[in-house]
Write a protein that binds this ligand. Structure first.
Ligand SMILES: *Cc1c(COP(=O)(O)O)cnc(C)c1O
Length: 386
């Protein structure tokens, strides 16, 4: 005996509440026949570290159940998960539709990369419901959805789009990162594939990157697992451990952060230096009706258009923030603020907002401290203007 195998590991007599972290590149086989037929087990077993160890499987099963799906495949980041879906499901000659308010790097991947491989890509207005039909072509294969959309928070009419897609035999894929399955369960609504950036609320502590792809279709699952293997999209077992741990506290973090976010959104909506709050759970926000009709929960990320748009005023606002830190990504326990200048939206094809937008990710700090921080920073921007 010259190798320590999984069976040799002394686990008998040990019990713990936390999942084991299995690291492995090599997976061992008992016989040479098992080894040479290992590809038979790509979809229902273990073949090589790239497609995961029991720790990865534990997280995949946990997310699949959470989404109400039969299958899940992990990816090294949310963006990797979105790209894997595109690469696995379309080929040269196909046509893809993506919402104009979808996550920016996904649009860049589709427009600048996938189109270079002979795939036609069209961007549709995020609020298109049944009129999406006019954007569909005979070769449309896949429709990317995100609701609410990134930064501008447009809500999409998911049931209307799913109905068209089903009638035309087109697959739908949604980025559900904002809501998580606690706020919205896309697979229950007939969406074929649900992607989450686990880097955000699932992990919840701004210290891990991970993505997930959930589906009820066995054939889609097999395409994703195959893509993970061919593209080498390995996910570390430690990162799976962190996301498994994050999921244990997700419900309480989510509830607290959503409550704080709606309080902050309501406060901002009444502020004279705020032109518009984009946060569908807020009654006065665009998209509120669609949100109220179909979502079971809110989110911890909101956007607003400040009345001040000059560079030095925006600078003064951000320089005065102390509780909020400046940074991208979101969904962690620490609150974040980010600024997206008007030029960002000028690049979009169907965007009605051509103003600089502030985006806030609301964390677990006392909401009174967060409001105080915003009040002080808005005053600082006002002082710069006078
Ligand atoms: C952050 C984010 C992603 C990408 O996730 P990463 O893990 O950072 O790659 C995708 N979609 C949405 C909506 C996001 O906010």
């Amino acid at each position: 005996m010259n190798q320590a195998t999984v069976e040799d590991t002394k686990v008998a007599g040990f019990k713990s509440l936390s999942p084991a972290v299995w690291r492995a590149s090599t997976v061992l086989f008992n016989t040479v026949d098992e080894f040479t037929s290992r590809k038979d087990r790509l979809y229902d077993g273990y073949t090589y570290g790239v497609t995961g160890t029991p720790t990865n499987r534990a997280l995949e099963e946990r997310i699949a159940e959470f989404e109400g799906g039969a299958h899940c495949v992990l990816a090294p980041s949310g963006q990797a998960a979105l790209c894997m879906v595109g690469l696995a499901l379309v080929r040269a000659g196909d046509h893809v539709l993506v919402s104009d308010s979808a996550y920016g790097p996904l649009k860049t991947f589709l427009n600048d990369w996938l189109s270079g491989y002979g795939v036609a890509v069209d961007v549709y207005p995020p609020t298109a419901g049944s009129d999406l039909e006019s954007h569909i072509q005979d070769n449309t294969k896949l429709i990317f959805l995100e609701s609410p959309g990134s930064l501008t928070m447009e809500m999409q009419d998911i049931p209307a789009i799913v109905a068209i897609a089903k009638r035309r035999g087109i697959l739908t894929v949604i980025d559900n990162t904002w809501a998580t399955p606690l706020g919205f369960k896309p697979l229950d609504q007939g969406v074929d594939i649900c992607v989450e950036a686990g880097s955000k609320l699932f992990g919840g502590h701004s210290d891990v990157l991970l993505g997930s792809i959930a589906t009820n279709h066995r054939w889609v699952y097999e395409k994703m697992r195959h893509a993970q293997s061919v593209l080498g999209q390995a996910v570390s077992a430690e990162d799976c451990f962190l996301v498994l741990r994050g999921l244990d506290t997700l419900a309480v973090r989510y509830a607290h952060q959503c409550n704080s976010a709606i309080e902050i959104a309501s406060w901002l909506a009444k502020h004279e230096q705020v032109e518009l709050v984009m946060f569908p759970p807020l009654q006065t926000s665009p998209g509120h009706e669609v949100w109220a009709r179909s979502f079971q929960g809110g989110g911890c990320v909101l956007s607003f258009i400040p009345t001040f748009q000059q560079r030095d005023e925006v600078h003064a606002f951000f320089a005065a923030l102390t509780t909020f830190s400046i940074g991208a990504s979101w969904g962690g326990v620490h609150s974040l603020a980010a600024f997206y200048p008007a030029t960002e939206f000028a690049r979009r094809k169907h965007c009605e907002y051509q103003r600089g937008i502030v985006r806030l990710s609301v964390g677990l700090e006392p909401v009174s401290s967060l409001v105080t921080d915003l009040e002080k920073s808005l005053a600082s921007a006002r002082a710069r203007n006078s």
